[in-house]
Design a protein around this ligand. Structure first.
Ligand code: OAD
Length: 246
């Protein structure tokens, strides 16, 4: 049987349009906790208490304490070899679209410039009301000097992320859908493929005729729908793929 990583490299080499979907697993080697792994965030915390609009209405301080803690953890992490390879590919393949569910900003820190962030960014804030200053803006301060951080209108600011029960940004979903429909190779990396609509792009890519490659040490909710599975951690598989592409 042929080596999946060699076959994956061959398909990627011939790709005219490449779409990559990343999840928490791509940042695991950087020290950012995943959500559903053995040490995943949803093992110790309840999403209903921390990552829903209702949770924020009930207790904005608690929600912000959790986000401030995550921001501090992420600030201490560096991009890993998987982020670095994807940043190089974003230069090498003019028609590469990187779609991420990650809010940690590590793809940006590695140097990838064109990123579709389906779930927003933990480094952005906006008014929770929202007021006339309802713009989303960057706030890198760790730890935050005041919790919850106040908007100029006096209401609390909220994290610029998508919570359970909220709509994803429509323009981002539209662009990700278009990139999925036109790609000939789709690579899903480090996602459990359990959260929609993000996971749906894997199935849409397959239905549109793309070769779908999964890079994940474990099987996922989408494993049955993929053409090729590379059962390795991203920080090992991506440098190897990159080497085979040279
Ligand atoms: P999960 O925590 O659900 O899944 C992480 C995936 O990464 C699992 O399939 C692991 O097997 C895999 N993994 C772990 N280490 C890896 C490594 N070194 N290399 C490659 N893969 C590895 O994270 P997501 O799929 O990103 O949403 O979760 C999707 C969404 O659910 C998140 O964006 C977040 C969460 O709740 C919101 O908060 C709205």
């Amino acid at each position: 049987m042929s080596d999946p990583i060699a076959t994956a490299a061959e398909r990627i080499r011939r790709a005219r349009h490449l779409t990559v979907l990343t999840g928490a697993g791509v940042s695991a080697a950087s020290g950012v906790p995943t959500f559903r792994g053995p040490d995943g965030l949803w093992r110790s915390f309840r999403a209903e208490d921390l990552a829903t609009p209702g949770a924020f209405r009930r207790d904005p301080r608690l929600v912000w304490e959790w986000y401030d803690w995550r921001r501090q953890r992420i600030a201490a992490c560096e991009p890993n070899a998987a982020h670095d390879v994807l940043a190089r590919w974003s230069q090498r393949f003019p028609d590469l679209t990187l779609v991420t569910q990650n809010v940690d900003g590590l793809h940006e820190r590695a140097g990838t410039t064109r990123i579709l962030r389906l779930h927003g960014s933990i480094w952005h804030v906006r008014c929770a009301r929202p007021c006339s200053d309802g713009q989303t803006r960057r706030d890198d301060r760790v730890p935050l000097p005041e919790i919850p951080p106040p908007c100029i209108c006096g209401e609390p600011l909220r994290p610029g992320v998508v919570w359970f029960g909220e709509m994803l940004p429509l323009d981002v979903v539209k662009q990700a859908g278009e990139a999925t429909a036109r790609c000939d190779v789709f690579v899903a990396i480090g996602t459990s493929a359990l959260v929609y609509p993000a996971a749906g792009f894997i199935h849409e890519a397959r239905a549109a005729g793309a070769t779908v490659i999964e890079i994940n040490p474990e099987t996922t909710g989408a494993s049955d729908a993929v053409d090729l599975a590379v059962r390795q951690p991203a920080e090992r598989a991506l440098p190897e793929l990159d080497r085979l592409l040279q």
